[in-house]
Design a protein around this ligand. Structure first.
Ligand code: SAM
Length: 352
């Protein structure tokens, strides 16, 4: 297996300790090895700075001899400045880097003056190569798994390696970082409290529409990967099946021509039909179904029925329990309904 070897010493990067500058490479101890709360703590309200993680005594970060570790290392999705200090430390300390394409990853490693043995691991050779990687891990290797771009395993090979390593009692950790679907979601302006990442949409319209139909009732924002030539047809298919929901097309994220275009599915389809397919890499985000009106309608009906025999409080509690809606929300609506029929909040029920 050929890799890219620059043979140069690593340049120190801001915030990163270069293991190559000392006599022995060091490795960040995987978070899983630290007692709860040592890095991030349990209290999310506390101020947490990256320094906390970097303050750990490097000696304490050495893995016990003979124990392998699998690190899932996120790499940039366009802008090389997005690689993290921990990712670089891990890559520098790794014995082996498993990657999808040695040319793509070779260029990345060369940029950071990292020379490593590369092993190609992709969908087509995974069954043969996984046992080899496992053997290296069992013999004590530090293995970094990277993909062509972004977070490995997200629409990229890797989960079976994680499962196999975990089953073999090998430590697995992740060096988190860029991921196109999450970046697109947070830029979309669409609800982020629930989302479903659905990978690539099918190439053919019939299959695409079928996928859309399967996802139509999911009460969450939907995230898809799409290619530029298919974007317009996919937007039109989604509009036909999901209705004209709000959506966003996120393109060339972190790159020079980064763009996020927001609009309804049919507006976006019309835009790209007129303007022609955009260039570059694309993530499509679609808003959740407009459930609120239906929920309000059903909620009102359920509450009116409950209020006919119960106090406001009990009616709200009962409807919240059966609907799964938040108690506070249901109680607020029950109060409003009760007022319109002149029921005091905690009055005894009236006949209706
Ligand atoms: N593992 C990657 C991640 O975490 O972002 C995703 C890999 S997936 C095989 C490749 C797809 O991700 C592309 O076809 C495109 O849809 C999306 N993608 C990757 N980089 C992107 C970028 N810079 N801007 C927009 N979409 C991107």
């Amino acid at each position: 297996m050929k890799g890219s070897h620059s043979g140069q010493r690593s340049k120190p990067r801001p915030g990163s300790k270069s293991p190559e500058s000392g006599s022995r490479p060091t490795v960040e101890k995987p978070a899983a090895d630290l007692p709860d709360g040592d890095i991030l703590g349990d209290d999310h309200d506390q101020d947490v700075t990256p320094d906390l993680a970097l303050d750990i005594d490097p000696e304490a970060l050495e893995l016990p001899a003979g124990r392998g570790c699998l690190g899932l290392v996120a790499t940039p999705i366009g802008n090389l400045g997005d690689i993290s200090a921990r990712a670089l430390d891990w890559l520098r300390a790794a014995d082996i880097v498993a990657c999808e394409d040695s040319r793509v990853s070779g260029r990345l490693l060369q940029h950071f003056s990292i020379a490593k043995k590369l092993i190609i691991y992709h969908d087509h050779n995974a069954e043969e190569v996984r046992p080899v990687l496992l053997r290296h891990l069992q013999q004590g290797a530090r293995l970094a798994l990277i993909s062509d771009a972004g977070t490995p395993l997200i629409s990229d090979p890797g989960y079976k390696l994680v499962r196999a390593a975990a089953d073999a009692g090998i430590k697995v950790t992740a060096l988190p970082g860029p991921s196109a679907p999450v970046m697109a979601l947070i830029l979309s302006g669409l609800p982020t409290d629930r989302f479903l990442f659905a990978g690539f949409l099918p190439v053919k319209s019939t299959a695409r529409r079928q996928v859309a139909a399967e996802l139509a009732a999911v009460p969450a924002s939907l995230i898809f990967f799409e290619t530029a030539p298919r974007l317009t047809d996919s937007l039109a298919d989604l509009a036909a099946i999901l209705g004209d929901r709000p959506a966003a097309v996120a393109r060339e994220l972190t790159k020079l021509y980064e763009e996020v275009r927001r609009g309804s599915l049919s507006e976006l389809a019309m835009h790209y039909r007129n303007a022609g397919p955009p260039r570059g890499e694309i993530v499509l985000v679609v808003g959740p179904p407009a459930l609120e009106t239906d929920v309000a309608f059903d909620l009102d009906a359920a509450l009116r029925q409950a209020l006919a025999g119960l106090s406001v409080k009990d009616a709200a509690a009962s409807v919240a329990a059966t609907s799964g809606l938040k108690r506070r929300l249901v109680y607020a609506r029950a109060l409003e309904l009760a007022r319109t029929v002149a029921v005091e909040p905690e009055d005894e029920p009236q006949d209706r």
